[in-house]
Design a protein around this ligand. Structure first.
Ligand code: FAD
Length: 272
């Protein structure tokens, strides 16, 4: 699963194996007001205030009109904030998103979590079978929900039961497709409920998703998996150090081990 964020997963499993772990990360975080807005929303569930605050932040963002395909978190552009470090210049013919945020793009991702299938890895040196034990381990840090449906034959049945109902459109779509299942299958089309990394493992309330509908602007419940949650959890433990605003330039192997070359990160907004 790409979105599990390899760095966070590696840090987590190395720490569990007993190593001392230091994570050097871009580590950009939202403006402090975002946490304040979430705390206020938890007090009175005032949806209008939450949405208006997010809209105001977006309007004031220097990136607001630069690219309207960029998804912000509760109106904050921190995921893509400018720094003195250019992650990736450009790739011809591709529209690439990069992030130096704590949690990277998982702050804004859609949480669809599907394992690579044999068809995806055909011709690769690694097969689905090679990856299977790692997918199993990842379940310890990321919970994926789904249902026993037409997607099972492609993506397996390793998921938890969802704690929330489908929305109106999703329910209506699946209901309309159900009578056509065998006809569609004969044409190579399968359908089912989205497999989503939406659960209560890290959520603010024991029930996880409460269908508040704010997923598209930023889940205030922490029910959508964000790699930052893994770091937050580890930060409270011994043998784990997290250093934000650090850029790794080179990792070099030599006879004695590995040395890392890096520097502090300059955040454009702070320089202005
Ligand atoms: C709007 C949107 C929706 C998406 N929806 C889905 C979805 O539904 N399902 C799905 O599977 N994927 C989805 N994705 C893609 C998914 O978010 C990414 O594939 C995933 O986040 C990539 O993880 P990553 O760790 O490789 O990189 P990133 O998420 O970009 O994180 C990079 C991390 O590395 C750090 N870093 C990078 N370079 C350095 C350096 N030199 N020094 C120090 N630190 C550094 C950054 O600070 C950051 O913490 C979506 C993406 C977007 C933008």
């Amino acid at each position: 699963m790409g979105p599990v964020q390899p760095g966070r997963a590696a840090a987590c499993f190395l720490w569990r194996a007993g190593f001392d772990v230091t994570v050097l990360d871009g580590g950009l975080t939202p403006e402090p007001e975002v946490a304040g807005d979430i705390a206020d929303w938890h007090k009175d569930q005032d949806d209008v205030r939450l949405v208006s605050a997010a809209a105001r932040r977006t309007k004031n963002s220097q990136r607001a009109n630069s690219d309207d395909t960029e998804k912000f978190f509760l109106g904050s552009d921190f995921v893509y904030r400018d720094t003195d470090y250019q992650l990736l210049e450009s790739v011809e013919g591709a529209d690439i998103r990069t992030s130096l945020a704590l949690g990277g793009l998982s702050n804004v991702w859609g949480a669809a979590s599907l394992p690579l299938t044999a068809r995806d890895t055909g011709g690769w040196p690694v097969t689905g079978g090679d990856l299977a034990p790692y997918y199993k381990s990842l379940k310890e840090i990321i919970d994926v929900c789904g249902e026993n449906d037409g997607l099972g034959s492609h993506f397996g049945e390793d998921f938890s039961a969802p704690s929330f109902d489908l929305g109106l459109q999703g329910g209506a779509l699946l209901q309309a497709l159900a009578p056509q299942q065998s006809r569609l299958k004969a044409r190579g089309i399968s359908f089912g409920r989205a497999r989503l990394a939406v659960a209560n493992k890290y959520s603010a309330s024991p029930e996880g998703c409460v269908s508040c509908g704010h997923c598209m602007i930023g889940c205030p419940h922490r029910a959508i998996f964000n790699a930052a949650f893994v770091i937050e959890e580890l930060q409270a433990r011994e043998r784990f150090i997290y250093q934000a605003e650090k850029i790794v330039d080179r990792v070099m192997e030599n006879g004695q081990g590995v040395s890392v070359q890096g520097r502090g990160l300059m955040i454009a907004r702070r320089l202005r």
